[in-house]
Design a protein around this ligand. Sequence first.
Ligand code: ADP
Ligand code: MG
Length: 329
Amino acid sequence: MPSEFELIARYFTRPTPRTVLGVGDDGAIVRVSPGMELVISTDMLVAGTHFLGNGQTPADPEDLGWKTLAVNVSDMAAMGAEPRWALLAVALPEATAAFEAWISAFARGLFDCAGSFGVELIGGDTTRGPLNLCPTIFGEVPQGQALLRSGASPGDEIWVSGTPGLAALGLAHLQGRCMLSEPALTDCLAALARPQPRVALGIALRGLASAAIDVSDGLLADLGHILERSAVAATVQFDRLPGAALAACADQALAQDCLLGGGDDYELVFTAAPGHHARIDALARELHLTLTAIGSIRPVGGETLNLEDAQGRAVPILRRGFDHFAGTP
Ligand code: ADP
Ligand code: MG
């Protein structure tokens, strides 16, 4: 049975060339680049709440390793920061041979994500207990240029990256709530298991976006956070939303629910002045990433968030996503 220190050395220690001092001492040392600010975030994954319980996913430990770090990297993307360093606090239930295989696969997925986004794991904490995974991530952004939730103003356009709703549809399929067929099935399962944080987009949006957030709780719910922090309201055009989720699933009520309220996509929702529209279109081509203008910001008054069809008629928001959103002012 490996000791705590053997586990750390075996599975959580990799070279950290961009770090002054990594794993092995009482603390890590990093040098922040001149003119940059540190952006810091943490996101905990608890067995039974976020995975491994009740048909939750990813059950595959390598995917879970990827996702554990990816959801933290996504917070850096939403801030317009370049992810640089991470700490990993873990509680592990046991160190049996079978569980070691699990840890090994988890670490592989985690370092796969770290390598993809230039993140170095520089420390953490390892204790015995019910499985719990808690990375802390550090990123850099030029002073004063971080993207905040609070900067949206009336007249701004609302944009979303990618095709929100696919991850939630993938989960619905795994839970037997719908039957997806290829090729949509592959796309939905990939979106769920291996979310791709939009780091390059976040960095490119510095100075361009007035506000940004990553979609972890659902498109409308997370847009709601921008509205709240910016003290504005919004109108979203349903017909302009990227339709991949609606095309993927015959059950249109479920597809709409996933599109508007499904979590786990880790796309970015952002706002920008209409004068930046052409530059953002160009950015989409550069990044090979769909960017869609889905509505506009308006002053507060009446409903905080309206969903409209092409004729300007209200589209009822059916389920979960809106319930989620209803909790915010
Ligand atoms: P301390 O005794 O000072 O609390 P630890 O024994 O907890 O230190 O950790 C020893 C070293 O291993 C430290 O550098 C710590 O940051 C690192 N470490 C512990 N757990 C992890 C982990 N899960 N991933 C990466 N580094 C870790
Ligand atoms: Mg110590």
